[in-house]
Each structure stands twice: as C-alpha cells, then as structure tokens.
Design a protein around this ligand. Structure first.
Ligand code: SF4
Length: 265
C-alpha cells in the first residue's frame, strides 16, 4: 500500500486502536474500504443497546444545544430516566460545544476527534471534556485511564483545541476528561492531564503514526482470540464470527466527514 494513500487518512482514536489490535483489520477498514454497517451480523440485544446509545447521544446533544429541534425520543424508557440523570449530573451551563468534531492537519499526518461535550471551567481556566458511555460494563471493568481514547482525546485537545479555543477562553490549566454512564450515574470517572503526560502522548502518537505511515504489510494478528468477534473472520480464518463486537467508538465511521471543522497549525 502506497504511503500517499495512508497520508490521505484522518486518524481517529478508533483507527489507531484498531491498528494496534490487528493491522489487517486496520487495512480492511481504512484502506481497502471493506466496511459495512455495524448493525450487520449483530444479535438483537446488542443492536438495541447500540440504538439506545445513539439515541442517548442525540438527546444529550439536544439538551446542551437548545437551538436544535426538539426530539420525541424523550418519551421512551430508559431514555427519559437517562436524560433526567444527565441533567442532574451535568447542567447546561458553561457550555463551549456539544458533539464538537476537530481535525488537526500536520505535515505528516492528520488527526480527528469528536467530543460529546466541552465545558469551560473558569475556576481553573481549563476545558472539561465529557464523554458519555452507555455500555453495560461499568468503568471498573475497563482500563479506561490508559485507553487509546483517553490519551487521544486529551492529547488532541491540548495540541489543537487549546490553540483554537484560546481565542475565546482563558486557558491556563490542562484539560480534564470525565467519563459518565447513565446506567451508573454515581460512578463518573474523572481523569486529569499534565504536561508530562502530554509529552509522553506526543511521542507515543508520533511514533505510532510513523509506524503506520511506513507500513507496507498489514499482517493478521497472531492472537486468534481477537478474531472470534471480528467481522473479517470469514475472510481471514474461514470461520463465522461468533458475534460482532461493537464499540461506541466504531460509530466514528458514521461521521459526516464534510461537516467536520478543520484546524491547521
Ligand atoms: S479476523 Fe483476526 S486477523 Fe482478520 S482482521 Fe479480524 S482480528 Fe485481524
């Protein structure tokens, strides 16, 4: 695969995580364009959970952006209860933006992230990033602090967002990231960031991107356990997938690419 084609890609936390998990999967999704809707091959329960997650994100966006049209989704349960919990957890004040998408274009690579909610914390002169999760797993079951999403969201906010938002906000302190799940309203996870972590992440992402951009082979993972829940299992292993594993982050693939704001530095 020619590097020039790779250079056309905007890298999200999902694509970077997929490259780390299985290079062949990255190749199929992002270079070969072999992608089909996440709903395909999913059992009904997972399909319903995914739909609930999408509807909740839409409700949250409309709550924080009241200029958007009303939605009728609020009459459904558990969405009404989830929305009420959200309002109690995080009121609609000091809003910078909801569903804010950012792109960063540098000479060697391009990055993209989508933030569920950004608020301004004037007491500490910083941005607070909120991310909504609706998985049935609670945060204790995940290593969320060192996840690709956590590192990528915070890194890109400092790298690109802080320069952009500095026009309108005094930003003196590193951002923090808060994960919250309406299924577990009393268990938010708040993660701080610092200069040392930013520098480590900068090195990490630059090295990872260099590895991707200089790749010419995209080998199959040697961990065949990963293949059990992968949609490409029939192609790679000649077997049906046991179930398609879907992450909310996979919805990045449904981004309206034309509507994403692009910031260049
Ligand atoms: S089936 Fe396995 S080797 Fe093939 S893309 Fe999926 S995870 Fe990678």
């Amino acid at each position: 695969m020619a590097v020039s084609e790779l250079k056309e890609l905007y890298f999200s936390q999902s694509s970077l995580a997929i490259f780390q998990s299985c290079q062949k999967k990255f190749y199929y999704r992002y270079l070969a364009g072999l992608y089909w809707p996440a709903e395909w091959g999913m059992n009904e329960e997972i399909r319903q959970d995914l739909k609930l997650g999408q509807q909740f994100h839409l409700l949250a966006q409309r709550y924080y952006q009241p200029t958007l049209e009303e939605t009728t989704l609020v009459s459904k349960q558990p969405l009404q209860a989830w929305l009420n919990r959200l309002k109690r957890f995080c009121s609609a004040v000091d809003i910078i933006a909801a569903e804010q998408e950012l792109r960063l274009r540098e000479a060697e690579f391009k990055l993209l992230a989508k933030y569920d909610l950004l608020k301004y914390d004037s007491s500490q002169a910083r941005i607070i990033i909120y991310d909504w999760k609706t998985d049935k797993k609670d945060f204790k079951q995940k290593d969320i602090k060192s996840s690709m999403q956590t590192r990528f969201y915070l890194y890109l906010m400092v790298k690109a967002g802080y320069k952009y938002f500095a026009q309108d906000y005094k930003l003196e302190t590193m951002p923090c990231l808060i994960y919250w799940n309406p299924r577990y309203p009393g268990q938010p996870v708040s993660l701080k960031y610092d200069k040392k972590s930013f520098e480590q992440d900068q090195t990490f992402f630059e090295e990872l991107l260099k590895e991707i951009l200089t790749s010419s082979e995209f080998p199959l993972t040697e961990d065949i356990n990963k293949c059990r829940f992968c949609e490409y299992r029939p192609i790679c292993r000649g077997k049906r997938s046991e179930a398609i594993e879907v992450f909310e982050e996979d919805l990045d693939l449904n981004l309206d690419w034309e509507s994403v704001e692009e910031f260049e530095f």
